[in-house]
Design a protein around this ligand. Structure first.
Ligand code: GDP
Ligand code: MG
Length: 305
């Protein structure tokens, strides 16, 4: 399946909601009246595109209408173009050290999809012909250790885990040592979910990072915050708080397949300027896609085939 088709399938709910609404509005009143603009605004906000993105799209539509008249106005095309330009500066590439281990720390609040994302990333790295090792640094729940071990078996990726309730920083330290001695290319560190409002848990995460940096200067090279698309704009607060505690290098937005509010990806990019590196479009190992701005915008607003 091509990348575009994957985005399209994953964004089906958001796409359906947006295109259905927009088509209804522009068909009924092809002239951009104040009323129809207001309705278009509501439709865009309803998909969680956020105020700034919505205003940018409406502004461009108004301008196109003034300069080109009715014939030139294809609202879908204009919206896709604006979204592509907002997402344009986004660099989705996963960081990669020229040699040695690249450490990727995966952080976020509970249930956003961190463990699943760690496993999917391992798969993606394997598909690129490189080696990965998983570190089970969520030691708070015995079930979490089991979950990542199961993924390891399924994908044939080794897992470094400590005992239930072990110090996550100690597990991280051992995992870096193991990654170095086994010569793997990527170490994927799955961390425990923590509320961005809990200061002591954020300090614990900082300690995990500090210990890794001591063992391998520069590590983690990539810190990905996993955001659940179904939580909408709350994700913005989470991102800001995590970014204060540990310097984030990128975002992963999961569960886009389960929401009609996938516009939050665009709102987040516009607000935070942090690169969106991957999006989760399902629960299977291959359902993590490197983010592609143009194809994402096209999948949101495409009305062809
Ligand atoms: N539909 C869908 N479900 C996902 C996605 N990513 C994760 N999940 C599900 O979300 C739930 C929580 O995931 P998990 O990785 O355990 O979250 P964690 O607590 O952050 O480690 C699991 O049932 C996953 O299968 C996604 O992109 N799409
Ligand atoms: Mg987990």
């Amino acid at each position: 399946m091509g990348l575009f088709q994957k985005f399209k399938d994953g964004l089906l709910k958001t796409h359906a909601r947006l295109t259905h609404e927009i088509r209804r509005i522009v068909t009924r009143s092809p002239r951009l009246t104040a009323d129809s603009l207001e309705e278009l605004e509501a439709a865009l906000l309803g998909a969680d595109l956020g105020v700034a993105v919505t205003q940018q799209i409406l502004g461009a539509a108004r301008k196109a209408y003034e300069t080109q008249g009715r014939a030139g106005l294809d609202f879908f095309e204009i919206a896709a173009r604006e979204v592509t330009s907002i997402l344009g500066g986004n660099d989705a590439a996963l960081r990669r050290q020229p040699e040695g281990v690249t450490v990727v720390s995966i952080v976020g609040v509970n249930g956003t999809g961190k463990t699943t994302t760690a496993a999917k990333l391992a798969r993606l790295i394997q598909n690129r012909g490189e080696t990965a090792l998983l570190a089970a640094c969520d030691t708070f729940r015995a079930a979490a250790i089991e979950q990542i071990k199961l993924w390891g078996q399924r994908l044939e990726v080794p897992v470094i885990a400590g005992a239930y309730n072990a110090d996550p920083a100690a597990v991280a330290h051992d995992a870096v040592a193991a990654a170095q001695s086994r010569n793997v290319r990527y170490l994927l560190v799955d961390t425990a979910g923590r509320l961005h409002t809990k200061h002591n848990l954020m300090q614990e995460l900082q300690k995990v990072h500090r210990v890794m940096d001591k063992k391998l200067p520069g590590a983690p090279h990539e810190t990905l915050l996993v955001l659940d698309a179904t939580t909408g704009m709350n994700a913005l607060t989470q991102a800001r708080e995590f970014h204060k505690a540990v310097k984030l290098t990128g975002l992963v937005v999961t569960k886009l397949d389960g929401t009609s509010k996938g516009g939050m990806v665009v709102a987040i990019q516009k607000e935070l300027g942090l690169p969106i590196k991957f999006v989760g479009l399902g629960e299977q190992p291959d359902d993590l896609q490197p983010f592609d701005a143009a194809q994402f915008a096209e999948a949101l607003f495409s009305v062809k085939g």
